[in-house]
Design a protein around this ligand. Structure first.
Ligand code: AMP
Length: 294
């Protein structure tokens, strides 16, 4: 049998090489799609690449473990890094180019400029990780300026991040269309995450309370429940009753503003984060007439 193994996409490390690789495609009128990641890639990331390819874009995947979005004591040092494995995973997904800059390429000596989205970043992930979103928006703005994409693909998995990036794009009139892609899950329901490798078998079992609590909320919503108080109490109770798991937050929020709602009238989301062992996991479910139940 003659099976051809797809060739991994070329890797560039500098902004100059990135621009040189992208420019001819842009001049040919091909749209540029950007998929920002921190590597340790999985099928969730590959789904963003697939979405970019489906948009007909020359697809650039950035792999950069961005130090400025990690707080003190977070897992920056132990964050998994394996560029060769990531490149191999991207081959079948159809990525056209990998941009994997060194830290000094992104943050040269003397770097002191930040992009910050204000109110949307105070709650939820922002409360737990006060400097996180400033690091995300700064690096995303830089990546947009480096690659000048027509489209940028983000995962609903990091719902608040996608809302914050969309706000930055609107507020700063950035010429890029942000597209948010559905959460890709493991067969047991756990949202795929580069951090899942940190979970022991026992922690992994306990972590399943997160997707199952969200599924329960979706089912109650589908059955007609519209009280956010009832839904968020159920979400919280389900997680809090799981031994060995610390609930960080669980709430029903407006999908655009991320403010807590009392009744679900507009597109909303159930959001939750928990800690199991040393690992922090987040997940969410969109609730609204236009969102399909999983
Ligand atoms: P990360 O490298 O984990 O920071 O994620 C890079 C991008 O992939 C972000 O836009 C994430 O929201 C997205 N992503 C991560 N996990 C998933 C998943 N399970 N399904 C879909 N997108 C994801």
């Amino acid at each position: 049998m003659n099976q051809t193994v797809p060739t991994p996409p070329p890797i560039v490390h500098t902004v100059a090489d990135l621009r040189a690789a992208v420019a001819p495609r842009r001049h040919q009128g091909v749209p540029i799609g950007l998929v920002p990641t921190m590597g340790a890639l999985h099928a969730g990331h590959a789904s963003l690449v697939t979405a970019s390819q489906a948009a007909g874009a020359f697809t650039v995947v950035t792999i950069f473990v961005n130090p400025t979005q990690f707080g003190p004591g977070e897992d920056f040092a132990r964050y998994p890094r394996n560029l060769a494995r990531d490149a191999a995973l991207l081959a079948p997904a159809g990525a056209d180019l990998i941009f994997a800059p060194a830290t000094e390429e992104v943050y040269p000596p003397g770097f002191c400029t930040r992009a910050e989205v204000e109110s949307l970043t105070r709650h939820w992930e922002g409360a737990a990780r006060p400097t996180h979103f400033r690091g995300v928006t700064t690096v995303v703005l830089k990546l947009f300026n480096m690659a000048q994409p027509d489209f940028a693909f983000f995962g609903q998995k990091d719902l608040q991040q996608s809302v914050v990036v969309r706000r930055m794009v609107r507020d700063l009139d950035l010429p890029v269309e942000v597209r948010v892609c559905p959460i890709v899950r493991e067969p047991d329901g756990l949202a795929m995450s580069s951090r899942n490798v940190f979970l022991s078998a026992d922690e992994r079992r306990r972590a399943l309370c997160l997707p199952s609590a969200l599924r329960d909320v979706e089912e109650r919503f589908a059955a007609g429940e519209r009280s956010a108080a009832i839904l968020s109490a159920a979400l919280r109770a389900r997680i809090e009753s799981t031994p060995g798991v610390q609930l960080d937050y669980a709430a029903i929020v407006d999908a655009e503003t991320l403010e807590e709602v009392s009744a679900i009238a507009a597109p909303s989301a159930a959001i939750a984060a928990l800690r199991v062992g040393a690992t922090r996991l987040l997940d969410n479910a969109l609730l609204g007439p236009e969102f399909r139940s999983r």
